[in-house]
Design a protein around this ligand. Structure first.
Ligand SMILES: CCCCCCCCCCCC/C=C/CC(=O)SCCNC(=O)CCNC(=O)[C@H](O)C(C)(C)COP(=O)(O)OP(=O)(O)OC[C@H]1O[C@@H](n2cnc3c(N)ncnc32)[C@H](O)[C@@H]1OP(=O)(O)O
Length: 281
């Protein structure tokens, strides 16, 4: 009884200092009135797979957070087992050419918006983070993860060439030989393995703890000038984003060509079948 009352008081306190900034069905944004930190919660059941609409919602939420002069972004998930399962594979299967092009452009833009965000970014990884789910976490400046989940980019395992901006996201966090081995093996890391190679910064035991660690990280920039910080971050990250900033059309064309090959489509069919079979067992 006493415990649940304490819990209620804590909840009430938290709600008092949080105001809702903007929510769509797919994303939820809460801004802490005291710190100005925005928590962006991905909310696309069942597993936060990124289809066109979700990528749009994520990009627009991030842009809105930046334009509201928030002090930072914490990216997390409403699902307590899955941070994000990456791209919605249905977007890639026998695609409508126009929708696929729009989808891929949206992916590029969402990535650039997150990777080069002016404000500090942190990921509270409260579930599996696979493929583009891992890329979103790695694009943030700081990552904290709960135990017993997995994170990584396993594209080569099921016949996908890894696009350059995805390679670059890994390269901006991990040393080249580690990236090479991980991507070529299609390696998925456990939380503990991810900590060992510094793919994540810390392991914590609860989502609340993860959110607090992320808030502390963002708070660590309090004494810096936000413009100087943002421009320095851009300088450091621009080489990894060069291709998408200067020539997104080439990346788009190469990706669309590849996705439309019979080799890719056959591998995708097999992989989707495996995913469905797993659930029928
Ligand atoms: C030289 C230059 C050339 C340039 C070439 C460029 C080429 C570019 C093209 C290549 C693109 C490659 C990039 C890929 C990036 C990606 O992000 S691809 C996505 C990969 N993601 C996955 O493989 C994740 C698969 N999912 C899982 O492993 C599990 O779902 C989970 C561990 C995340 C969660 O498990 P659980 O909680 O048990 O849920 P499930 O029951 O498995 O899933 C529920 C439900 O959702 C469906 N689903 C899961 N993930 C996806 C997904 N990513 N897309 C679509 N659907 C998904 C799953 O099938 C279940 O559906 P049903 O309930 O059975 O209908």
């Amino acid at each position: 009884m006493l415990r649940s009352r304490t819990k209620l008081i804590e909840l009430g306190k938290r709600q008092l200092c949080r105001s809702m900034c903007k929510s769509s069905e797919l994303t939820l944004v809460e801004v802490d009135d005291k710190t100005g930190i925005a928590t962006l919660t991905m909310n696309k059941p069942p597993v936060n797979s990124c289809n066109l609409e979700f990528l749009r919602a994520l990009k627009s939420a991030m842009k809105e957070i930046e334009s509201n002069k928030c002090s930072g972004i914490i990216l997390t998930s409403s699902n307590d087992k899955v941070f994000s399962s990456g791209l919605d594979l249905n977007e890639l299967r026998q695609p409508n050419p126009e929708r696929l092009a729009t989808f891929w452009k949206e992916l590029q833009e969402m990535w650039v918006t997150l990777y080069l965000s002016n404000v500090p970014t942190a990921a509270a990884i409260n579930g599996h983070a696979l493929a583009v789910g891992c890329v979103m976490a790695a694009a943030c400046e700081y990552r904290v993860m709960l135990p017993d989940f997995t994170i990584g980019i396993h594209a080569t395992k099921f016949g996908y060439v890894v696009p350059p901006f995805i390679v670059n996201t890994y390269l901006s966090v991990l040393p080249h030989p580690v990236v090479e081995r991980a991507l070529l093996q299609g390696k998925i890391f456990s939380t503990q393995e991810a900590l060992q190679i510094n793919l994540i910064d810390e392991v914590v035991n609860s989502k609340d703890e993860a959110l607090c660690k992320c808030a502390d990280f963002i708070g660590s920039f309090e004494q810096t000038n936000p413009v100087a910080r943002a421009l320095t971050k851009r300088q450091l990250r621009a080489p990894f984003a060069k291709q998408l900033l200067e020539d997104p059309e080439t990346e788009l064309r190469e990706s669309l060509e590849y996705i439309n090959t019979p080799l890719f489509q056959e591998s995708l069919d097999q992989y989707l079948l495996q995913l469905k079979k797993k659930n029928k067992k």
